[in-house]
Design a protein around this ligand. Structure first.
Ligand code: HPA
Length: 273
């Protein structure tokens, strides 16, 4: 088992000396959704380049900043940029945003991502509230960073994603008159997008959307009792569902078009928490 507190001793010491406050809520911004951080008033921004031991994101659309902001009076930590396993990083690096959220005392975590639509009723630009995670293919790796779980920790994933938190998100969407689809998120390790046959399999197994992030952070935080919810922006039809070839550029372009409603929704969610 990797002792994360020991491994990230310098990182934690640095953050604890720099942070303006302990955040109640943590928000992780997915591919192309990072602009949110540029449209709110932030109290303090820390570049991940300055944090000892923090890996650098190599993906376009993922900047490396931690922002501290009071949104509607709620102390919020925002990760603009995240760490993916498909970039070659290990699980103990990919969970860092969730680890930091926990160490700084956050009690809620909202994880956002860009995802491909597996459900044939979804189209690019839709927002999907995650009602479940299919993450079997990452569980073994997570075992290397968890201590032997207590009985309570064993059961914590029963509330992943958090039902009460999801209720708040649905209320926020209603108030903002934003259509919110609901569905199950399938985690794919990448680095490539899926084959058409894999998408057929995923749909049969109950998936509605597929992406290469989020579950490592969600499971890590959920294990420690943090309330976690997640919203996917459907940026493309999943492999085989459209004649177009999938590209990261398409993901970024759709995210660009949908970020207005995404920002309204996230602000409303935080104000309702
Ligand atoms: N597959 C996997 N990850 C993704 C996709 C996809 O179609 N779109 C955005 N992230």
């Amino acid at each position: 088992m990797i002792d994360l507190k020991f491994k990230y001793k310098d990182l934690l010491e640095y953050l604890k000396s720099e942070i303006p406050f302990n955040p109640e809520i943590t928000l992780i911004l997915g591919s192309g959704l990072g602009d949110f951080a540029e449209r709110i008033e932030v109290t303090k921004t820390i570049s991940t380049n300055d944090i000892p031991g923090y890996p650098q994101s190599t993906v376009t659309g993922h900047k490396g900043f931690l922002h501290f902001a009071e949104i509607d009076g709620k102390k919020t930590l925002i990760f603009q940029g995240r760490i993916h396993i498909y970039e070659g990083y290990s699980i103990d690096q990919a969970i860092l945003p969730a680890f930091i959220a926990k160490q700084l005392g956050s009690v809620k975590l909202l994880v956002t991502n860009a995802a491909g639509g597996v459900n044939v009723n979804f189209k690019p630009g839709d927002l999907m509230l995650v009602t479940g995670f299919l993450s079997q293919n990452i569980k073994m790796e997570l075992a290397s960073i968890f201590p032997v779980p207590t009985l309570e920790q064993r059961n914590n994933l029963n509330n992943l994603p958090s039902k009460p938190f999801n209720k708040v998100i649905k209320k926020a969407a209603l108030e903002e008159k934003i259509e919110l689809k609901e569905g199950v998120y399938w985690f794919g390790k990448g680095p490539s997008y899926e084959t058409p046959a894999e998408i057929i399999m995923q749909r049969r197994f109950g998936a509605d959307a597929v992406g290469m992030s989020t579950v490592q952070e969600a499971i890590y935080a959920g294990f420690y009792g943090i309330e976690v919810s997640s919203i996917s922006l459907i940026t493309n039809y999943a492999s085989g569902l459209s004649p177009e070839k999938l590209s990261h550029q398409e993901v970024m372009d759709t995210a660009d078009l949908a970020k207005g409603k995404f920002e309204l929704l996230v602000k409303r969610i935080i104000s309702l928490l």
